[in-house]
Design a protein around this ligand. Sequence first.
Ligand SMILES: [Zn+2]
Ligand SMILES: [Zn+2]
Length: 219
Amino acid sequence: MILEVRAVAPFYKNGFVVACERTREAVLIDPGDEVDQLLASVRDLDVEVAAVLLTHAHIDHITGVGAAKDAFDVPVYLHRDDLFLYDNAVQQGAMFGFKVSQPPPVDAYYDLSPIGFGDYEARPHHTPGHCPGGVCLQVGKRGAAGDHLFVGDTLFAGSIGRTDLPGGNYDTLLQSITGVLFPLGDDAIVHPGHGPDTTIHRERTTNPLVLEYLAGRRS
Ligand SMILES: [Zn+2]
Ligand SMILES: [Zn+2]
């Protein structure tokens, strides 16, 4: 699997190119302000983008969708429950003091079916809590349980996503982390929307907010 990550100011939100080394088919995950670097990476790698996959619709994760759509004219995927955020991109930008233009319409909503690219597939798992339509994209070989998790802002190395934005809920987020992400396996590599990679094992055993939640449930 080919994997490239880019992030730029002000949000330092990770945007990803994930591609099949054999067929050169690729997907873009969460193109934001770093989209020009992602497009350059696509050219350098000589891969062909088949889809734009969004983990959720907060502004930092979608500002590059327009440029990606212009460059590749491929379907844009989002969870239906985040459409209200996507449709309010301009207002979201204003909330953070940024002038952004409305990205092009969503083409497809995630269901349980995997999205294939070359020998690989991305399986969407609904992980609400940071926002209502958050998804984790589990990427691996077709038909296998992938061990690369693109989790958006659900889980970070040593932390978790904020829950004070519209539609956020702390208990729902912890349920998504412990009930949806953790069963995907200790060995799975977690690629968060911000900051460095981690693993399920590391977060399950050392993440203070996760440990606090699990301790609270036991008492
Ligand atoms: Zn977010
Ligand atoms: Zn974010």
